[in-house]
Design a protein. Structure first.
Length: 259
């Protein structure tokens, strides 16, 4: 990797207090969670419209739940990888470090990240279709498909944002507020095509933040990124982390300026 660019980014990070991170499926790929798009992505095997829309659920809730039950079984034993862990460690380096994730796998929290905005929901939560109560559900495999609300008997649905559904307004507002207040935004492992999340990096740039993208391949956002590091998040983040900590030590500091 280009040493000069890393040195420049390290200098910027060493002076930053507010950092926001937008993550997508790519950050969990090295933990063994399949991504959506791309050659091994879930949408190659399954059609989004038949599984990840409210219409699909109305048509065939059992089919949709079978797919989620399979994914829950796949994600349950999975551990966070070095990429997730570096981001959790950065909470102690920056005054404000927020992770805005499109992922539903809960791996940022499992790695120890505390300030996480889950834009698309969480696969370990279910919602009653009658009164919209959200509860945690970690049983895998599910004992009954489709599962029913223990209180009222109505169908439960995954607490996940499907295509055509609005994101939780307060979470989206928080994501934009964090984006517009940050000095540096990392955009990691997302194809940057699904709205409204895909608008966040542009909003960060417009608000004056430096935007750093890490991805195996360029995305529609790449031409607008201040830094683009091609490669695996689980390798690039630990490398940036080492360089940042070395530079802080060399400067006689163990945390960025502003602490
Ligand atoms: C690595 C790596 C490694 C791999 N290291 N990198 C036309 C224009 C604009 C918008 C629309 C439009 N038509 C329809 C829309 C709206 C639609 C949308 O954006 N569609 C686009 C696809 C065009 N959006 C919506 O419907 C949203 N809602 C909405 O707009 O509501 C409006 C509304 C308002 C008011 C009332 C009512 C409605 C909702 C979007 C919900 C998205 N949900 C999903 C699926 C949930 C199912 C589930 O998980 O069970 O969320 S879609 C799927 O995509 C999932 C993801 O969170 C999301 C983003 O994907 P992500 O994370 O970017 O993954 P991939 O696979 O795409 O990319 C992985 C990347 O990682 C790749 O780039 C790899 O290279 C990289 N990578 N390994 C680094 N090791």
């Amino acid at each position: 990797m280009d040493d000069k660019r890393i040195a420049l980014l390290t200098e910027i990070l060493a002076g930053a207090r507010r950092v926001a991170v937008l993550t997508g499926a790519g950050i969990s790929a090295e933990s063994g969670v399949p991504t959506f798009r791309g050659k091994d992505g879930l949408w190659k095997q399954y059609r989004a419209e038949t599984l990840a829309t409210p219409e699909a659920f109305e048509r065939d809730p059992a089919l949709v739940w079978e797919w989620y039950d399979w994914r829950r079984g796949l994600i349950a034993p999975v551990e966070p990888n070095p990429g997730h862990r570096v981001l959790a460690g950065w909470q102690d380096l920056f005054e404000d470090l927020a992770v805005i994730t499109q992922n539903v796998d809960g791996l940022h929290e499992k790695a120890g990240s505390r300030n996480v905005v889950e834009l698309h929901g969480n696969i370990w939560k279910v919602r009653c279709t009658r009164d919209h109560t959200v509860s945690e559900s970690r049983l895998t495999p599910l004992p009954e498909i489709p599962p029913r609300c223990p209180d009222c008997g109505a169908l439960l649905r995954p607490h996940i944002v499907w295509f055509g559904e609005a994101l939780d307004a307060s979470l989206l507002e928080r994501a934009f507020a964090l984006t517009e207040a940050c000095q540096v935004m990392f955009v990691i492992g997302t194809s940057a095509v699904v709205q409204p999340a895909a608008s966040l990096p542009y909003a960060a740039g417009r608000a004056g933040a430096k935007v750093v993208e890490i991805n195996l391949e360029p995305t529609p956002f790449t031409p607008r990124a201040d830094f683009f590091f091609p490669g695996k998040a689980g390798e690039i983040l630990p490398l940036l982390d080492r360089r940042l900590r070395d530079s802080l030590r060399a400067g006689g500091r163990d945390a960025p300026q502003g602490h």
